[in-house]
Design a protein around this ligand. Structure first.
Ligand code: SF4
Length: 303
């Protein structure tokens, strides 16, 4: 590589790292994910996302205005072919506190789930239980997971398409028993940035299909749909994520979120009194003649 090509590659890498740092820092601030004195357990699977999470958190730790501790935990689920030496070698190199928890969830899952059925839901439930227990044993105040913006968007569509719920993946979550605070500091980071970063940092990635499970087909379909949208209309994914941060309950149809029944004349509500309907979004694509021919003015419908 020529000198100028090297300089350009370094420049692009610095930009990418800064962007990941900025987005992570912003999510941490917006959701108050990390506080003074926190002891954060970073769950490391050996995939690109969790390596990036640990790397960026360590990076932020050096300049953060609050003091917090980080330690890594990996769960060795005893999948055939799991390269046990990879993570300890990597973590020794970082000089960070860590623990490898060995639990044969692989055999349990194989034993309990009938052949051909998807194993991921039982496997993740078992994993979550083990990670919660480990967090308690090691005195973690927060548990950090490597999910990112695209995971959150995909989950929203999965829940809408297959679960009949407008429910995404929270950036910060309290466990059901109120004992564990789970945080997702990469919530604002794009998967494409994380992939590029992991590649350039040459993280020693451990393949995630060692268990032999097919990746969840429904999630794959949603991913493909979103990628297609992105190709056809760049910016759409960003727009969807912005929408997830701008929910207007008074313009949805969930009577438990907004008290439509008790709505009284004279009351002022957030969200505005104009609902954009389909026509509003169609306006730019409707030829001018159609407007005049039909005499119809396409505009937002006032309610
Ligand atoms: S892909 Fe395998 S290891 Fe991962 S959650 Fe599913 S069953 Fe578990």
């Amino acid at each position: 590589m020529s000198h100028s090509a090297q300089a350009k590659a370094q420049y692009n890498f610095n930009k990418l790292q800064k962007r990941l740092r900025r987005h992570t820092g912003q999510a941490i601030a917006d959701f108050n994910m990390i506080e003074e004195g926190d002891r954060i357990m970073v769950c490391l699977s050996g995939g690109k996302d969790s390596y990036t999470l640990l790397d960026i958190l360590q990076n932020l730790q050096r300049s953060a205005p609050v003091r917090f501790e980080l330690f890594a935990v990996n769960l060795d689920q005893k999948q055939p072919g799991f390269p046990e030496h990879v993570l300890p070698e990597y973590l020794d190199g970082l000089g960070i506190e860590y623990k490898i928890v060995e639990e044969d969830t692989y055999s349990i899952v194989k034993d309990k789930v009938p052949e051909g059925k998807t194993t991921c839901s039982l496997c993740s439930r078992l994993r979550r239980g083990i990670l919660y227990r480990t967090a308690k044993e090691l005195g973690a105040t927060k548990i950090a997971l490597g999910h990112h913006r695209d995971d959150m968007i995909e989950t929203l569509f999965l829940n809408m398409f297959y679960g009949g719920k407008m429910k995404g993946m929270p950036a910060k979550l309290m466990s059901d028993d109120g004992q564990h605070m789970v945080i997702r500091p990469l919530a604002y980071c794009k998967e494409a940035d994380i992939s590029a970063y992991a590649q350039q940092k040459e993280f020693p990635i451990i393949p995630c299909n060692l268990c032999g499970s097919q990746e969840n087909l429904q999630r794959q379909n949603i991913k493909a749909m979103l990628q297609q949208w992105h190709k056809e209309s760049p910016g759409r994914i960003e727009s969807i994520f912005t929408a997830m941060q701008n929910v207007v309950p008074s313009h949805m149809a969930d009577t438990s979120l907004f008290n439509f029944a008790q709505l009284q004349t004279g009351e002022v509500i957030d969200g505005g009194d104009i609902a954009l309907d389909k026509a509003q979004f169609d306006t730019p694509t409707v030829p001018e003649e159609e407007h005049s021919d039909s005499g119809v003015k396409i505009q937002a419908i006032e309610l």
